[in-house]
Write a protein that binds this ligand. Structure first.
Ligand code: GN1
Ligand code: MG
Length: 376
């Protein structure tokens, strides 16, 4: 089981030295709402005696095989965003992540155990949601991700590394699931026959978006690729979305990946790992709020085909995520952080329940989308 360690790394002094920070940390806290990286809030002091709040993150090199390419993407995207935000009269220290460089000018530090660490600015007086408390928050989430996409619309896409190739190629994800089933590493395949059947029954859906991309009917854009609600920081004073975080998977992709994944997580009436499946469904009101917020910021730059496939993308990205959880369960929980043995299976079941509910509500999702698109 891949349990995320909760304490500060044993190499913390080396890390602090590399960034010219004093060895005594004033305050720290684990931030544990991601499944991949290990993240800490750190209140520290520079060698010059200045106190600073920063985010320290260990890059998961099992998932991100080429951390230097990843950091290259992140440095260039964040520098680009800083310029955009400054030009628009915003505050780049709050509205985007920025990378701190080591004493020797590197964007991350490799400690004596071979672990990769990086520091970001800490967005102070801000918080993230794991679930929607009020639907206007989700409108704002849609606006924020739509805005992020518009800000990066003229980023030179060819200069970005493909950090995880075929990350949202749902058909390849299905093939990976089949492979996990046949390898049956954790000897769990017999216990998940229903879930496997659910995925395989939807095989036809899995190649729809990648085929449209290949045929040139959907445009390649700079996308975030991990648009969970908790990857948006909200300002404590204004309540508004202030900064998009978790830029590890920013790379060329489809706008529909970002839309679909945001609905998968944020418009679910239950948590991603809820055990009681009766609590899982698509909240159509939240779906509508997100569509309206997203189109208010990105609508003008989208093609008719992109808009047409918005509801489908929600269903597809939910199916894809469920298949990924299931494949990881079959592989023995080697990818996603888990807290108990059936964690990935519980996550898979919520995703498939949500897919089934979206299938029932697909007509309504389509009508809501069409109505929202009229206002662009
Ligand atoms: C992972 O670490 P986190 O929670 O931001 C995963 C996403 C999944 C998500 C499911 C690099 O994101 O693709 O949608 O878990 N990130 C990676 O909650 O695989
Ligand atoms: Mg992530």
């Amino acid at each position: 089981m891949s349990l995320i360690k909760k304490e500060l790394p044993s190499t913390i002094d080396e890390i602090l030295d590399a960034y010219s920070l004093n060895r005594n940390i004033i305050e720290w806290k684990l931030i544990d709402n991601g499944h991949i990286n290990r993240t800490f809030y750190i209140y520290c002091e520079t060698a010059g005696g200045k106190r600073e709040k920063r985010l320290l993150q260990q890059i998961n090199t099992e998932v991100f095989k080429n951390p230097l390419e990843l950091m290259d993407n992140v440095v260039r995207v964040t520098a680009f965003l800083r310029d955009k935000i400054t030009a628009q009269g915003g505050d780049p220290n709050r509205e985007t992540l920025s990378v701190y460089f080591t004493r020797s000018g590197q964007s991350c530090f490799v400690d004596s155990e071979g672990s990769y660490w990086r520091f970001y600015n800490f967005i102070d007086n801000a918080f993230s949601y794991n679930a929607i408390e009020n639907d206007s928050v989700f409108y704002d989430a849609g606006r924020a991700f739509g805005n992020f996409q518009s800000q990066l619309a003229d980023f030179p896409i060819d200069t970005l590394y493909d950090i995880i190739p075929d990350f949202h190629d749902t058909h390849k994800r299905l093939l990976q699931l089949k492979e996990a089933e046949s390898r049956n590493t954790a000897n769990r395949a017999d216990s998940v026959r229903d879930e496997l059947r659910f995925a395989y029954d939807r095989e036809k859906d899995t190649s729809v978006l990648v085929d449209l991309l290949q045929k040139g009917e959907l445009p390649l854009r700079v996308t975030h690729n991990d648009t969970k609600l908790n990857n948006i920081m909200f300002d404590r004073d204004t309540g508004k979305a202030v900064c998009i975080v978790d830029l590890d998977t920013v790379m060329p992709g489809l706008s529909l990946y970002d839309f679909g994944d945001a609905i998968r997580f944020g418009a679910n009436t239950g948590a991603e790992d809820e055990k009681d499946l009766s609590k899982i469904s698509l909240d159509l009101n939240l779906y509508e709020k997100y569509v309206c917020g997203y189109l208010s910021a990105a609508g003008k730059s989208l093609t008719a085909k992109e808009i047409e496939y918005l509801p489908f993308s929600a269903k597809l990205l939910t199916l894809e995520c469920g298949m990924r959880f299931l494949a990881d369960y079959l592989n023995g929980d080697v990818y996603f952080g888990t807290s108990y043995p059936e964690h990935n299976l519980d996550r898979c079941r919520t995703q498939f329940k949500l897919v089934a509910d979206m299938e029932k509500k697909f007509g309504e999702m389509t009508a809501i989308t069409a109505k929202a698109a009229e206002k662009i």
